[in-house]
Ligand binder design. Structure first.
Ligand code: ZN
Length: 252
């Protein structure tokens, strides 16, 4: 009995060599979900599983560093000769279909039929995949964005998506065994909400929510990762580490 999170990509706002943008693979023994499809993450996903073996794709928000490999996934499913029993379910904020259609100059999202089946997320949206429960919480970002609470038989992994500190994220993170939190902000220097966490914000969230382990990802490009970890750990006071491509965290 386990739930695991494999890191596919952590970069923002654009991919680096061997470091795609946001992407993760959530797994239990019987379910597999690709969480966020940042540019480059599909290639790393294929190190661990096959696209047609996924149960779902779950997208936190429609910023390019979290969703543009959906175009690559569509091409794979439409033209890659993959054996797909039924269209792959994609859970994402509304308007994803229109965006994909716009990019590919299609009149409507109906061109996706047979490849991707889109479902709209909303606050409190819940998906159950053979005992793996995925709950979306609406969080604070310049665009509609969701955090993810994944639970499987009493084990919990929480992903902030992109978000500034907010009560819904506190709620989602409570008691998590593992909190994957973004630190897309360096320092909030009186500029008002940025829609991202600073490393200190991430540490404070982990402490308030009493999580078991904090994994920091989506680190602001002007911050040295080791510094971000040190700053977050100082506030949290618990196990803190940097999300690295290829790493799998298992909670069992
Ligand atoms: Zn974003």
């Amino acid at each position: 009995m386990y739930i695991s999170l494999t890191v596919l990509g952590t970069a923002t706002p654009y991919p680096q060599p061997d470091r795609p943008c946001s992407g993760y693979l959530l797994r239990t023994a019987t379910a597999q979900v690709w969480v966020d499809a940042g540019p480059g993450s599909l290639a790393n996903l294929l190190r661990h599983t096959r696209l047609e073996a996924l149960d779902a794709i779950w997208i936190s928000h429609l910023h390019a560093d979290h969703d543009t490999d959906l175009l690559a996934a569509y091409y794979a499913l439409a033209r890659g000769g993959l054996e797909l029993g039924e269209p792959l379910a994609v859970y994402a904020p509304p308007t994803l279909g229109d965006r994909l259609a716009g990019f590919l100059r299609q009149d409507s999202p109906s061109f996706l039929a047979g490849t991707l089946r889109l479902h709209e997320l909303r606050d409190g949206h819940r998906l159950d995949l053979d005992g793996l429960s995925l709950t979306a919480r609406s969080v604070q970002h310049p665009v509609e964005a969701y955090a993810l609470r994944a639970e499987y038989r009493g084990r919990t992994i929480v992903y902030s998506g992109d978000s500034g500190p907010c009560p819904a994220l506190d709620d989602a993170a409570v008691g998590a065994d593992l909190l994957l939190c973004e630190t897309g902000a360096d320092r909030a220097v009186g500029e008002g909400p940025s829609g991202h966490h600073t490393p200190e914000d991430a540490g404070a969230l982990a402490r308030r929510a009493r999580v078991g382990r904090l994994v920091v990802t989506h680190i602001a490009p002007n911050v040295v990762p080791e510094e971000a970890i040190r700053r977050a750990a100082m506030v949290f006071g618990g196990p803190t580490e940097q999300a690295r491509e290829g790493q799998t965290y298992t909670v069992s």
